[in-house]
Design a binder for this molecule. Structure first.
Ligand code: BES
Ligand code: ZN
Length: 870
């Protein structure tokens, strides 16, 4: 940015005074003005001239991007991305979230393009004989700098006029002309979220209009600029022709998320970036509620919270070094993590842990009617309405939220929430049996620690525990507030059991006495005829699987407990079991089984058990389950193999389950599934339903040769539509051998792949079960990624940045176990481009896997042998 001159224009005194500018300060993202005399009070105006050319080598600040139109001509689009600290790249300003201001934007553009900003146009005037147009926009309300936005380009829109609490307002989605057929459905999602949140929060949407632009080349996912939301094309555009079940879900969630920020974030903003969780935790929480509202209950969003938010939050919060608090006083907080380590935790914590804590609170406050609270019975919502109206157009810190909750509910939330918000980590609740005849049930808390046992100490949590005895008809609540064990009750007889943290509203793990775990298992498998209404739901089973896997990893229980739980999966039948055919247990168990396979593969003495594991999954888990599902072609007539066909009436959750089970079955060695995928891909693949396309493409690459891989690459390069393009690119990340994995990365960091997709590809390939569950590519891919990084470290850092590479290195290490990696990491083979701390962290992750192999390798082989022979 070139800064020309600056002048003080006093409010009352006529004339102006030049201001000296300290130019060195510009290098430091700052500008220092030296005023000739004290500024007039109470208010002075400083006018600053500055200029720059929009850059096309970055996607933050005020940037531009070129793309090809349908005739292959190059077109340009300009847009902004200012969060967190790039407003200063766009204009000199006080770039802090608590220095809110009103903005009045005027833009001069070529006259044949659309120009948008946060507010509607106030006036337009043609210039230079019609060649240019000057657009003057209305002044914004008080808002932080990071929400200012502009978008300019050749755009088409779908618009809907919505009746809001303040009358009719226009809601529009804009895209380049070729994508215009995909904006109409998106507008519907926006409209439904907007009116839903107005009612929920009891405050009008504060601006006169809402635009959303699908920006080609957008760097992040989506950005909630007030009145002008911007996003990548795939996150907002939607149509039956191109959107898969996952794409629909994403669009529903992204619209709800960004629109909820209009209240949580834009109207009420965190005071410092250390409290970003106040923005993103709320938006994540309301994203799930808003998506459930716009897609309908059949979509299963409330069930999916645990899968998509709660579970990954637990994993991120329990990395061996993760002691990062949600609310951080920047400067004061002494967590001295490197950027690579912080990167791996801060996003997951702000979004997922933040939302999980809010949901736990929310559920506790509506505990008498968890299912469907009316707004005025919802004490959480009542408190939030007070919070929003009290702090609107203003800023807050975490304590403001707690004070408001405390005042509104009369309960001591400042004390209760202290440990959850100002410290890292979370507890595990142990459920044990005791008393004279071993039937009394006790619960007690201690901190979860991946490094092994820890004791409860003075820094305990306030834990709301929702539980249910099989012998009683209702859910009950108990508060676990210190280290002392509490008696939950007594099992009535042999048949009785108890479910703790039911439906997983609480952000903690549960470790059951093995006898209780066993009786919960048999309840999960029972059918309504031989049972009362007691049920171990799909989420409960999913969470038991995950807890068992992780607790074994931390050496708190034996890995056989996890394996035993997986035996339920293949036995699920359509006999009224509540678990059939829900996607949740599958979405958790299959990636964990993939991981188990990788752990077996990594150690010489147990490698031979890899085949046993694959045989076990195919023969006892996926095939029996798939065979039990009625197929589309012959409903009610089960036959072997889940169809690669989507039925017209299939519900979203069922569609997601189909994708998860087929994909994982293929990856876990089901040759029949892979054969079908290759056959369908060989037929061209383009006429397939988008859901099926996704599975077929991925499995074809995973199970295919270099020819299939090359064909997929061309599909990516020739794709005509954005969702299809991403599906092909995504499939490349399943490259089946080390050479091809290296090829994908080389291809990705070349100019052939747009920067907006570079990061996506690489993080998917190095990513572990932590982030996606369904995205696990396994240790073989991670190993190849790791070796590529080692060979091409400089190129990697140049193409992305050192923090990302450091974070990916840890992701890759998370599923690896060989001596090669420990040796490299311990000798700091990646220095100096990757910091020492990140390498030490990666090394620690490798050690955890080696510990697992020593502890459970042999016994897992034995367990598999027994199962397969028995
Ligand atoms: N405000 C964020 C994007 C952001 C955060 C930009 C921090 C820069 C710094 C936005 O609301 C967001 O969270 N977007 C998500 C999508 C959302 C549905 C989770 C994204 O970009 O992936
Ligand atoms: Zn957000």
């Amino acid at each position: 940015m070139e800064v020309g001159r600056a002048q003080v224009v006093a409010g009352s005194a006529p004339g102006s005074h030049s201001v000296a500018i300290d130019r060195h300060s510009l290098d430091n993202q700052r500008i220092v003005f030296r005023f000739p005399s004290p500024l007039p009070r109470p208010r002075a105006t400083v006018v600053v001239d500055f200029s720059y050319t929009l850059r096309n080598d970055t996607t933050d600040g005020f940037w531009r991007h070129s793309y090809d139109d349908e005739n292959g001509n190059t077109r340009w689009m300009a847009a902004t991305q200012l969060e967190a600290t790039s407003a200063r790249k766009m204009l000199p300003c006080f770039d802090e979230p608590d220095l809110k201001a009103e903005f009045q934007v005027t833009l001069t553009t070529p006259s044949d393009v659309v120009a948008l900003s946060n507010m509607p146009v106030e006036s337009q005037e043609t210039m230079e004989e019609g060649a240019k147009m000057k657009h003057r926009f209305f002044k914004t309300p008080k808002m932080p700098t990071y929400l200012l936005a502009i978008a300019v380009g050749e755009l088409r829109n779908s618009t809907k006029v919505v009746q809001t609490r303040d009358g009719a307002k226009a809601i529009s989605v804009w895209s380049t002309p070729t994508r215009a057929t995909e904006t109409a459905r998106a507008v519907e999602f926006m409209a439904s979220s907007l009116t839903y949140f107005e009612d929920l929060f009891d405050i009008s949407y504060p601006l006169p209009k809402l635009d959303w632009v699908a920006v080609p080349g957008f760097g992040g996912g989506a950005m909630e600029n007030w009145g002008l939301i911007l996003s990548r094309e795939t996150d907002i555009l939607a149509s039956d022709a191109y959107s898969s079940a996952m794409d629909w879900k994403r669009t529903a969630q992204v619209t709800a998320h960004e629109i909820s920020h209009s209240w949580f974030g834009n109207l009420v903003t965190m005071r410092t970036w250390g409290d970003l969780w106040l923005n993103e935790g709320f938006a994540k929480h309301f994203e799930m509620l808003g998506a459930a509202n716009s897609m309908g209950v059949d979509a299963g969003f409330m069930e999916r919270f645990y899968l998509q938010v709660g579970r990954p939050a637990l994993w991120a919060d329990e990395l061996p070094w993760s002691k990062v608090p949600l609310s951080r006083d920047e400067g004061d907080w002494d967590g001295d993590l490197s950027c690579g380590m912080l990167r791996r935790v801060s996003g997951p914590l702000n979004y997922w842990k933040g939302a999980s804590i809010l949901r736990m609170l929310h559920t506790y406050l509506i505990r008498d009617h968890v299912e469907m609270p009316q707004p005025d019975e919802d004490a959480f919502l009542v408190a939030l309405r007070l919070y929003l109206s009290r702090f609107q157009f203003n800023n807050t810190v975490t304590a403001d939220l707690l004070d408001t909750l405390q005042e509104s509910t009369g309960q001591p939330f400042r004390t209760w929430m202290h440990r959850w918000l100002y410290h890292g980590g979370h507890p595990v609740v142990n459920v044990t049996l005791g008393g004279p005849d071993g039937r009394d049930v006790f619960i007690a808390q201690k901190p979860f620690d991946l490094n092994g046992a820890q004791q409860c100490d003075s820094s305990h949590w306030w834990i709301p525990v929702r539980y249910r005895f099989k012998s009683k008809s209702d859910f009950e609540w108990m508060l676990l507030e210190d280290c002392n064990p509490l008696k939950l009750g007594t099992l009535r007889d042999e048949d009785d059991t108890v479910l703790v943290n039911a439906d997983r509203f609480g952000f903690y793990r549960v470790q059951y006495d093995p006898r209780i775990a066993a009786s919960l298992l048999s309840s999960a498998m029972s059918t309504p005829e031989d049972d009362d209404s007691f049920r171990v739901g799909p989420i409960d089973l999913a969470a038991m699987l995950d807890d068992a896997f992780v607790l074994a990893r931390s050496n708190a229980l034996h890995f056989n407990e996890f394996l035993n739980l997986t035996t339920t999966l293949g036995a699920l039948r359509n006999t009224g079991s509540p678990l059939y055919p829900d996607s949740s247990p599958w979405a958790v168990a299959l990636p964990l089984l993939l991981r188990t396979r990788d752990l077996l593969t990594g150690a010489a003495n147990i490698q031979h058990c890899t085949d046993l594991l694959e045989d076990y999954v195919t023969g006892n888990v996926t095939v029996p389950f798939m065979a039990s599902l009625p197929t589309v072609q012959s409903p009610g007539d089960p036959r072997v193999g889940l169809d690669f066909v989507v039925g017209e009436d299939d519900k979203l959750d069922f569609r997601l389950m189909r994708m998860a089970v087929l994909e994982n079955a293929g990856l876990l060695g089901d040759e029949e599934v892979t054969r079908k995928a290759l056959q369908l891909d060989g037929g061209g693949g383009v006429d397939l339903h988008p859901d099926i396309q996704r599975v077929v493409y991925s499995l074809a690459v995973a199970g295919g040769n270099a020819t299939v891989y090359k064909r997929m690459k061309s599909k990516y390069l020739d794709a005509e539509e954005v969702h299809e393009e991403v599906r092909a690119l995504h499939a490349l990340t399943y490259a089946p051998n080390e050479d091809l994995v290296a090829d994908v990365i080389r291809f990705t960091i070349s100019d052939a792949v747009d920067p907006q997709n570079k990061v996506r590809v690489i993080s998917r390939m190095s990513i572990t079960g932590v982030f996606g569950g369904l995205l696990d590519r396994g240790a073989a891919t991670a190993r190849a990624v790791y070796r590529f990084f080692k060979a091409e470290l400089e190129a990697m850092v140049d193409a992305t940045d050192a923090c990302k590479v450091a974070a990916w290195l840890q992701d890759a290490a998370d599923v690896m176990s060989g001596a090669e990696f420990s040796a490299d990491l311990n000798s700091k083979a990646f220095s100096p481009l990757v910091d020492d701390q990140s390498q030490a962290a990666a090394s620690r992750l490798v050690t955890l896997n080696q510990d697992w192999q020593h502890r459970f390798g042999e016994s897992t082989c034995g367990w598999l042998q027994d199962r397969l022979s028995g």
